[in-house]
Design a protein around this ligand. Structure first.
Ligand code: ADP
Length: 522
């Protein structure tokens, strides 16, 4: 560390003088070399009363920001100078001799460095003869400046150590690796993440980065420095680095110039952004898209032969007379229907997942979506009574009618499927402020509360003895939700086991096709 500021002229003069003055020189030197403010205060607090033949003294340090002394405590009340005495000590030429509010006769010496109030030495001079005081003021004076300078130096040092610790903490909390290098390409600082990513120890500080960084990274850094020097900036570089334990990291390496407060370049800041997780996410996303495309392709390929199986079965059903043969063909026909529904659901879900669901909006009466699906076998049941409550004030609006029919088929067929003992099913449609409100209510088995959060997940089916006999794929509600959301709406439900379930849908009434994804009208 640089030698602290000191009154060297005075010390040199003292060195050539008497043993007492040499003692003063030693004291001043001790204070200036000390790193402990308490020790400096002790040296001042012991030596000054000794020089003045006074019974006791205390050093009070001022608050660095305000210059004020701390308030008196019980222990130091006798020596604590009042504010007026302190102000006078800092203004006046000679140290003031005054009683404080505790009644002690004090002489107060200011400790200052230039205009900064560092503190005061307050000495109890009760019983000290005035001539003794006068005779010893000069040696006391000789200690005040070194004492004050020593205290300021220690405070400054502590502050900068504290600031450096804070800076290290900040740097360590950043998820990127950060390395600073000086103009000679030596490492000046690096955070914990940089050490982990590059497998370096803290003692690499001071080494040239070429000596400690892996060759690939050194090369990238050389390029970045060259580009920054030539163009003033450099593009981020992505490189991979194999760690000793075998795993591979992918970094994005970027660099900026590190300047001092006068904008003179001090070196470079290098940032290592860990891209490993992002890459893994990209890979998973790609896999997911591949999976959706695969499902879409397979479903499409399955649909073609199945459609002809169904067509030929229907043709045969018309031709065949024999009853048993008819029965067999009916089974084939029904099973083909089930397979077709499943394939259509799979196709729809894969389209949703790959973001390829196409919407064909048209201005129409949304009540059509209900009335036109009532003759479909999936929503017909002798055991159930379907009640339509379609309000008169339902407006014409922009909807994809085919997709809305799909919504109604799914909700109605669920209402029927999951009410195996029959009962009523209500379909309601009405205007609610700027939205269309749809409700499908049944009196079926209901859904336990704990199953509700997963209901709109693909392939999720409530697993119970009641549902195990009911055919399904767990895809219907995923499709319904996606269609509703493509209309800018939302869907939710209310259900009580044993009592029934109601699905609610709210879709904004629009006369223009919504921009996707569309917002929700309040
Ligand atoms: P699927 O009916 O083909 O199984 P859905 O996605 O339509 O698939 O429904 C998911 C699950 O939600 C169903 O398996 C069923 O357990 C439950 N569910 C849906 N609608 C109802 C309803 N109206 N009443 C009771 N449970 C229902």
């Amino acid at each position: 560390m640089e030698r602290p500021q000191s009154d060297t002229g005075l010390i040199r003069a003292i060195e050539t003088a008497s043993p007492e003055l040499r003692d003063l020189r030693d004291l001043a030197r001790k204070m200036l070399l000390s790193r402990d403010p308490k020790e400096i205060c002790r040296l001042l607090g012991d030596s000054i009363p000794r020089l003045l033949k006074a019974p006791r003294a205390a050093v009070f340090l001022a608050d660095p920001a305000s210059g004020a002394l701390p308030p008196p405590s019980d222990a130091d009340a006798a020596l604590h100078p009042d504010k007026e005495i302190v102000d006078f000590a800092f203004q006046g030429g000679r140290p003031p001799v005054l009683p404080n509010s505790a009644g002690t006769l004090l002489i107060v010496f200011p400790l200052r460095v230039q205009n900064q109030r560092v503190g005061v030495v307050s000495v109890d001079i009760t019983g000290v003869a005035e001539e003794v005081l006068r005779a010893n003021l000069d040696p006391v004076d000789a200690l005040l400046d070194p004492g004050a300078v020593a205290l300021v130096n220690v405070q400054t040092m502590h502050r900068s150590v504290g600031e450096s610790a804070i800076l290290s903490n900040i740097l360590d909390s950043i998820p990127n690796g950060i390395v600073t290098i000086d103009n000679d390409r030596r490492i000046t600082r690096l955070n914990r993440n940089a050490m982990a990513m590059l497998e370096l120890a803290p003692d690499c500080v001071g080494s040239a980065y070429q000596e400690v960084f892996p060759p690939k990274i050194t090369e990238a850094l050389d390029d970045l420095i060259r580009e920054t020097a030539e163009m003033g900036f450099a593009m981020e570089k992505v490189i991979s680095h194999k760690l000793a334990q075998g795993s591979e990291l992918h970094f994005a390496l970027s660099m900026s110039v590190l300047c001092d407060e006068n904008y003179s370049p001090l070196g470079m800041i290098v940032v290592f952004r860990d891209m490993t997780a992002t890459r893994e996410l990209d890979r998973l996303r790609r896999l997911d898209t591949m999976k959706s495309e695969f499902v879409a392709n397979v479903s499409h390929e399955l649909k073609t032969p199945l459609t002809s199986i169904k067509a030929y079965t229907e043709a045969l059903l018309d031709m065949v007379e024999e009853e048993q043969m008819k029965q067999f063909l009916k089974v084939i026909d029904e099973e083909s229907d089930r397979l077709l529904f499943l394939i259509n659901d799979l196709l729809n879900v894969s389209r949703i997942q790959s973001g390829k669901m196409k919407m064909h909006f048209e201005l129409c009466d949304p009540r059509q979506a209900v009335t036109e699906v009532l003759n479909i076998s999936k929503v017909q049941s002798a055991m159930h009574q379907i009640h339509l409550e379609l309000a008169e004030d339902v407006p014409a609006m922009m909807v994809d009618l085919d997709k809305m029919k799909e919504v109604m088929i799914n909700l109605l067929s669920n209402a029927i499927k999951y009410s195996p003992n029959g009962g009523g099913v209500w379909v309601r449609m009405r205007r609610e402020e700027a939205n269309l409100r749809i409700e499908v209510q049944d009196e079926g088995m209901g859904i336990p509360r704990e199953n509700l959060p997963k209901l709109f997940q693909a392939f999720y089916r409530v697993d119970s003895s009641l549902t195990s006999e009911i055919p399904g794929t767990g895809l219907g509600l995923v499709i319904v939700k996606a269609i509703v959301e493509h209309h800018g709406g939302r869907i939710w439900l209310d259900s009580e086991p044993g009592k029934g379930t109601t699905f609610f849908i709210l879709i904004p009434v629009r006369r223009e096709a919504p921009q996707q994804p569309a917002g929700f009208a309040e």
